[in-house]
Design a protein around this ligand. Structure first.
Ligand code: PMP
Length: 302
């Protein structure tokens, strides 16, 4: 059975799910998106993701032609149509079809697309061993040019950084902001531990304000750990006791090497692993997840 894709109110088989070559999402990267996960038939932090989508859209003068409630139902329907309990959900809103030329006013019909993909998990070993990251030359977008808090379809800044990191042999690339402070990795936020306190770049230091980041901050505070949202340098990271990345896809990944320097004792940190365990415990908690009802219990996509 072919994967069903939601496009503007219709659930179409993958082969028929098509977007015009005149869509400004394709021509200019004009649009916004979210990456969301469902675990065991429940969608994690759905409201938070949809609120961020609407904020991104507002910042780029894009009116989403559906309400939050309608988007939720559309996501649930797509999950149900594909019988998916565990999924990585890609929600995209493009500017729609227009003439060549930048003016968004020429586009009349924003396209709402929902893809429920299977998620390729990192191997469990990686969460025990940790990864190495490397600072790359490409700096994160200047917030007064294109604020990284807008989750828009133009990811070239991140793609360049990711490629530079991979070419240099690192697993993930670390990006600095225009002032030289630590910003984030190409699709994850960064945290460090020093002296029993948790540090992460301030939300206005040129980063996407990650939903996982906010969740981890909440978990740490709940454990009585002091959390500092600060302007961090590479030096701060080099002398950290622990470091980890956060993101919807990656969850919490320990970092054991930064720019060739070993972090702490070179192993996944104690607090990092504690937070990962607590984070995983939250993923099916009814208080922070929403059920995509009537999914067949026990069904899992082949
Ligand atoms: N930064 C960037 C640039 C990202 O693309 C992502 C993934 N959406 C994140 C951080 C992590 O955000 P979240 O925890 O909301 O997935």
């Amino acid at each position: 059975m072919s994967l069903k894709i939601f496009i503007n109110g219709e659930l179409l088989p993958l082969e028929e799910a098509k977007i015009s070559v005149f869509d400004h999402g394709l021509l200019y990267g004009d649009g916004v998106f979210e990456g969301i996960r469902a675990y065991n038939g429940r969608v994690f932090k759905l409201t938070e993701h949809l609120e961020r989508l609407f904020e991104s859209a507002r910042a780029i003068f894009l009116e989403i032609p559906m309400t939050i409630e309608e988007l939720k139902q559309a996501i649930f329907s797509t999950l149900r149509a594909n019988n998916m309990k565990d999924s990585y959900i890609r929600l995209v809103v493009t500017r729609g079809v227009g003439k060549l030329g930048l003016e968004p006013g020429k586009c009349t019909n924003p396209q709402v697309i929902i893809i429920t993909d299977t998620i390729q998990l990192y191997p469990p070993k990686l969460y025990e061993k940790g990864i190495d990251i490397l600072t790359v030359a490409t700096v994160r977008n200047h917030p007064e040019s294109l604020n990284p808090r807008i989750k828009c379809l133009n990811y070239m800044n991140n793609i360049l950084a990711k490629t530079e990191g991979l070419n240099a042999g690192a697993t993930e690339a670390l990006m600095l902001n225009k002032d030289g402070f630590v910003a984030e990795c190409t699709g994850q936020n960064i945290f460090m531990v020093k002296g029993e306190e948790l540090y992460t770049p301030h939300s206005n230091s040129g980063i996407l304000k990650g939903i996982t980041r906010d969740t981890v901050i909440g978990l740490a505070k709940g454990k009585g750990i002091k959390v500092r949202e600060d302007f961090l340098t590479r030096y701060d990271l080099y002398i950290a006791e622990e470091c980890f990345l956060t993101g919807t896809a990656a969850q919490i990944v320990p970092v054991v090497k930064i720019d060739g320097r070993i972090v702490g004792d070179g192993k996944a940190g104690r607090l990092t692993l504690e937070l990962l365990k607590e984070y995983r415990g939250l993923l099916i908690n009814p208080e922070v997840t929403e059920a995509a009802e009537s999914l067949e219990p026990g069904y899992s996509r082949p």
